[in-house]
Design a protein around this ligand. Structure first.
Ligand code: NAD
Length: 487
């Protein structure tokens, strides 16, 4: 993806055609973008003005959704209806963050306690300053929006660097912002384009926080770069999500959901299901239902090509290694081009890459387990912990399994539903990262919590003063004993 050192191209993954040519922003350009964002009056504009601006942006994107969906199709490769679904969910988050920021971030009064009886105490949530957002290519509208709108709604100007594979979509979003938002607030959202070096420059450009969504390995580098200046980071990294299917599940509905969770977007979904653990005698009928459904899907039609050419080799390695170690492919099994067929693997050794590492392709491993405890043990046996799914008709067993997941999110009798509920926080455990986007926690993530006390009345006895009398000292000792000596 490069035309000259100063520019690079983004390509249509299905055809290889050039979608656009973009500047490779260097450290000076990134610092200038941060300075423009910092100079905007966004932080002091107040919640109503920010809400109006976010709504104007939302309406602009919605009015031009066909244009955006077509661009997502050409630059990322996913089918237009999938792009439309992604845009819809993103706009729901944009609406929620704008509507709820004032309430969630209102702050609260706190009881001052006996030692500060004559004071009022309160918590405030203040904007951080310029937030840097670095995004991936796989959900080029939804994943960045999860940081962009929550950071903006909390009062922070933002500098956004989209993935070098989908810069056109990032540029489109920022252009839509510029045409929708009033002139005095427009500089609050800035775009920078480029690859790793531009991203690294953003980490070092004097920002107040960096929100990163991408792979675990890049997440580590981003965190190290931010550590140089003690810039806090939010890391939304990869996953290896599992689904658990019990004998009590509606097996056909589970097969339908698991297939969508594993293969939609060509499996290039951080929250995608990559592993399925099926309890006891549910195994055969579930595998039969899953395989029958998978066999009806066609790569390039039901889902798009693999967006990032280098990922094809990763998927091939995972599938070939599994097959070489005794696994069977009930559908698919060959990875030749960016159009990877639906691939259902069984009998995969538990330490194989296909079970342990993020495959990011349209593949599922299905494993029989003896009981719920083994299902959870296996499901939790990777370093990742992003989402997960449980299929069981009885409320209590499903809830118990959901509780046992070591992950940031879990859905019962569906896949990935939590990502479309704007009020629910989203984020990972372990190698999947930390910090939360979405929901109230997603707003709080982009604020600085400040504690404030205010003296209401002056008391004759001061505990923290060099003027303290021996009587006060005696009282202090009595107070200590009275409050803490007895249970
Ligand atoms: P990636 O890590 O290759 O790139 C992500 C972004 O980081 C890109 O914009 C890239 O230019 C930038 N980058 C690369 N090196 C950098 C550096 N040294 N400093 C700063 N920025 C740098 O990831 P990707 O291939 O674009 O995306 C796929 C990955 O994202 C998968 O692992 C997927 O699971 C993950 N993902 C996670 C979530 C989530 O919410 N947890 C959502 C979507 C995708």
């Amino acid at each position: 993806v490069s035309a000259s050192p100063e520019t690079f191209e983004s390509l249509d993954p299905a055809t290889g055609e050039v979608v656009g040519t973009w500047p490779t922003d260097d450290a000076d350009a990134v610092r200038a973008a941060v300075a423009r964002a910092a100079a905007s009056s966004w932080s002091t504009a107040g919640y109503p003005a920010r809400r109006r601006a976010l709504n104007a942006w939302r309406h602009e994107i919605a009015r031009r959704c066909d244009e955006l969906a077509a661009l997502v199709h050409s630059e990322n490769g996913k089918p237009v209806p999938d792009a439309m679904l992604e845009i819809l969910v993103a706009l729901d988050h944009l609406a929620w963050s704008g509507a709820h920021a004032a309430r969630v971030l209102r702050g609260r009064r706190v009881r001052p306690g006996i030692l500060a009886l004559n004071h009022a105490a309160a918590v405030r949530h203040e904007p951080l300053g310029v937030v840097g957002v670095i995004g991936p290519w796989n959900y080029p509208v939804l994943t960045p929006m999860g940081s962009l709108c929550y950071a903006l709604a909390a009062g922070n100007p933002v500098v956004y660097k989209p993935s070098e594979y989908t810069p056109g979509i990032g540029a489109w979003l920022v252009e839509a912002w510029r045409s929708a938002v009033p002139a005095d607030l427009v500089e609050a959202l800035q775009l920078v384009t480029g690859g790793a070096a531009t991203g690294a420059a953003l980490c070092r450009a004097g920002i107040a926080k960096l929100a990163f969504t991408g792979s675990e390995s890049t997440g580590r580098r981003v965190m190290a770069q931010c550590a140089e200046n003690l810039v806090p980071v939010l890391l939304e990294c990869g996953g290896k999500d599992a689904a658990i299917v019990t004998e009590g599940a509606d097996l056909d509905a589970a097969a339908d959901a698991v297939l969508w969770g594993g293969l939609s977007n060509g499996g290039q979904t951080c929250l995608g299901i990559e592993r399925v653990y099926v309890v006891g005698r549910a195994y055969e009928p579930f595998v039969a239902a899953l395989t029958a459904r998978a066999a009806k899907l066609t790569a390039g039609q039901d889902y798009g090509p693999i967006t990032m050419p280098a990922q094809v080799a990763v998927i091939r390695r995972h599938v070939e290694q599994a097959l070489a170690r005794g696994a069977r492919a009930l559908t698919g099994g060959r990875v030749d081009t960016a159009l990877v067929p639906p691939t259902v693997l069984v009998d995969v050794p538990l330490d194989a890459a296909a079970v342990q590492e993020e495959t990011f392709g349209p593949t599922l491993t299905v494993t029989r387990v003896a009981d719920d405890d083994e299902a959870l043990r296996q499901a939790n046996a990777t370093p990742y912990g992003l989402g997960g799914a449980v299929f069981d008709r009885s409320g209590r067993r499903g809830a118990r399994l959901a509780e046992g997941f070591r992950s940031g999110m879990v859905s019962v009798n569906s896949v990935m539903t939590f990502a479309s509920v704007p009020g629910l926080p989203m984020g990972g455990v372990g190698a999947s990262g930390f910090g939360r986007t979405h929901g109230p926690e997603g707003l709080l993530e982009f604020t600085r919590t400040k504690a404030v006390t205010r003296e209401r009345v002056r008391l004759p006895l001061a505990l923290s003063s060099f003027e303290r009398t021996t009587n006060t000292d005696r009282l202090l000792r009595l107070l200590l004993k009275a409050r803490h000596a007895r249970g």
